[in-house]
Design a protein around this ligand. Structure first.
Ligand SMILES: *[C@@H]1O[C@H](CO)[C@@H](O)[C@H](O)[C@H]1NC(C)=O
Ligand SMILES: *[C@@H]1O[C@H](CO)[C@@H](O)[C@H](O)[C@H]1NC(C)=O
Ligand SMILES: *[C@@H]1O[C@H](CO)[C@@H](O)[C@H](O)[C@H]1NC(C)=O
Ligand SMILES: *[C@@H]1O[C@H](CO)[C@@H](O)[C@H](O)[C@H]1NC(C)=O
Ligand SMILES: *[C@@H]1O[C@H](CO)[C@@H](O)[C@H](O)[C@H]1NC(C)=O
Ligand SMILES: *[C@@H]1O[C@H](CO)[C@@H](O)[C@H](O)[C@H]1NC(C)=O
Length: 415
């Protein structure tokens, strides 16, 4: 972490070197618990000089947590001694918003520290000025503490730990929360709809065991990056996803059990660059509205139950670098799409397209069309292209090759 203000989501660089004065405070024997609850475990209370009384308050909390650490193979907590808390490895201080002359513990970055502790309860929830907790790739367990009373908290990353239980509902209602990353843990059960009412910018809950349906208010959070991949989510993609027309950039829903037809409203997502729903149970035709995804680079519908023709207007999108439709039941491709097959952008292997190599057997295709085809709701919408009713297709052959951001969420470690 560089020298930025922890209390500003915009990462404005407020220097905290020029404190107007340094305050000495004697550590009290029994410091009051900062945000209520029982006081931390008794710790050695030698008289120490702290730069600010807020640091004196968190000192016993930190020392009590240190005692619960059962493994620290990289000796990251080796210098957690004495009053200079702001110099402890992994801890960062800053001037809090309510008093810019004060100095407080603002951020914790344990990414990759490999620490083990049975819980972080009684730790992060007892640090009243904490804004950021990053703890990718540690061995913290238990349930997520109630941080709902921390007024400045906005980034929680507890990815790749051994947390379990239900979705950490204590983050619901945290007004400032903008980044929530709980991927690669063992959370189970449903994803509470209220989380989608928060003003998140990134939500990464992939690689857990969530089993819920996506809630109707799915499209209520102005999120830019959404990774729900590798869970057991069911049900259709809610139509409200279209409300994210000015925000959503990358969506990873691959390897779930999503079903139903694709909503026409997908075509409203004009900022969308990556949309990946590989390996689900989605069915129906591809809505022609997808031709409105002007910025789309990667579209992956592979291994679903999609059928009928591939819209030529979709293949004409100028920024597409990868359109994967393999392992579905499409029957028809036109000349624009054939061009994409030829230059390796479009993959239609294992479909039902007569005359192309590597297709499903006639028997398998006939059986599917005979048995499984159901009509989608709002059938008229499937042909509508909302953004450009009469516009001619544009071809831009200068395709962007920048790697998408969120695929990195599918590997365990920090990105
Ligand atoms: C603090 O602890 C010291 C000795 O450890 C003791 O003499 C003193 O009375 C204590 N003060 C309070 C306020 O408990
Ligand atoms: C851990 O770090 C501390 C301070 O940096 C050092 O004094 C101590 O010797 C280290 N311990 C081990 C086991 O390396
Ligand atoms: C922080 O610790 C380093 C050595 O680990 C030391 O050089 C530096 O002076 C310390 N900073 C403060 C503000 O005490
Ligand atoms: C702000 O913090 C400084 C340093 O801790 C302290 O001396 C001052 O009293 C605080 N001001 C208010 C209004 O709390
Ligand atoms: C985005 O969607 C909202 C509501 O769904 C709508 O009011 C707004 O006009 C749309 N904005 C754009 C730029 O399409
Ligand atoms: C397209 O995306 C799929 C799925 O992510 C991937 O397996 C494939 O290698 C990609 N193809 C190209 C040409 O980048």
């Amino acid at each position: 972490m560089e020298n930025f203000s922890f209390f500003s989501k915009a990462f404005t660089c407020i220097s905290f070197l020029l404190l107007p004065f340094l305050i000495s405070v004697l550590c009290q024997n029994s410091s009051e618990s900062p945000v209520g609850g029982p006081p931390p475990l008794a710790v050695n209370t030698r008289k120490l000089i702290f730069k600010d009384k807020r640091l004196a308050v968190v000192y016993p909390v930190i020392q009590a947590f240190k005692k619960t650490i059962t493994a620290d193979p990289l000796n990251r907590t080796g210098n957690w001694v004495g009053s200079d808390i702001c110099n402890y490895t992994g801890l960062y201080c800053d001037n809090p918003p309510d008093n810019v002359s004060a100095l407080a513990l603002a951020g914790i970055d344990f990414n990759g520290f490999l620490l083990a502790a049975p819980t972080v309860q009684g730790f992060i929830d007892q640090l009243p000025d904490l804004a950021i907790f990053h703890a990718n790739s540690n061995k913290f367990s238990g349930s997520v503490p109630d941080i709902s009373k921390l007024p400045y908290f906005y980034e929680l990353d507890i990815s790749n730990n051994v947390f379990s239980g239900t979705f950490p509902t204590t983050v619901i209602g945290l007004k400032e929360l903008s980044f929530l990353d709980i991927r690669f843990n063992s959370f189970t059960g449903s994803v509470p709809p209220q989380i989608f009412n928060q003003a998140l910018e990134a939500l990464f809950i992939n690689n857990n065991d969530f089993t819920a349906q996506l809630p109707e208010n799915f499209g209520s959070t102005p999120v830019l990056y959404l990774t729900l991949a590798n869970n057991k989510l069911t049900g259709p993609i809610p139509r409200s996803i279209g409300n994210l027309n000015s925000t959503l950039i990358e969506v990873l829903l691959l390897n779930n059990k999503l079903s139903g037809c694709l909503p026409y409203e997908l075509g409203f997502l004009k900022e969308l660059k990556v949309f990946d729903v590989e390996n689900n149970l989605l069915t129906g035709p591809l809505p022609c509205s997808l031709a409105c995804l002007e910025k789309i680079e990667l579209l992956n519908f592979a291994n679903n139950l999609l059928y009928w023709e591939i819209p030529e207007e979709l293949c004409a999108l100028g920024n597409l670098v990868n359109l994967s439709l393999s392992d579905n039941y499409f029957t028809k491709v036109g000349p624009v799409c054939r061009k994409l097959i030829k230059n390796g952008v479009l993959d239609v292997r294992r479909n039902c397209i007569h005359g192309l190599p590597d297709q499903k057997s006639l028997h398998e295709c006939a059986e599917f069309y005979f048995k499984y085809i159901r009509f989608c709701p709002y059938p008229a919408t499937y042909k509508t292209i909302p953004c450009r009713p009469n516009a001619p297709w544009h071809h831009h052959w200068a395709r962007s090759k920048k790697a998408p951001v969120t695929y990195k969420t599918l590997s365990r470690h920090k990105f």
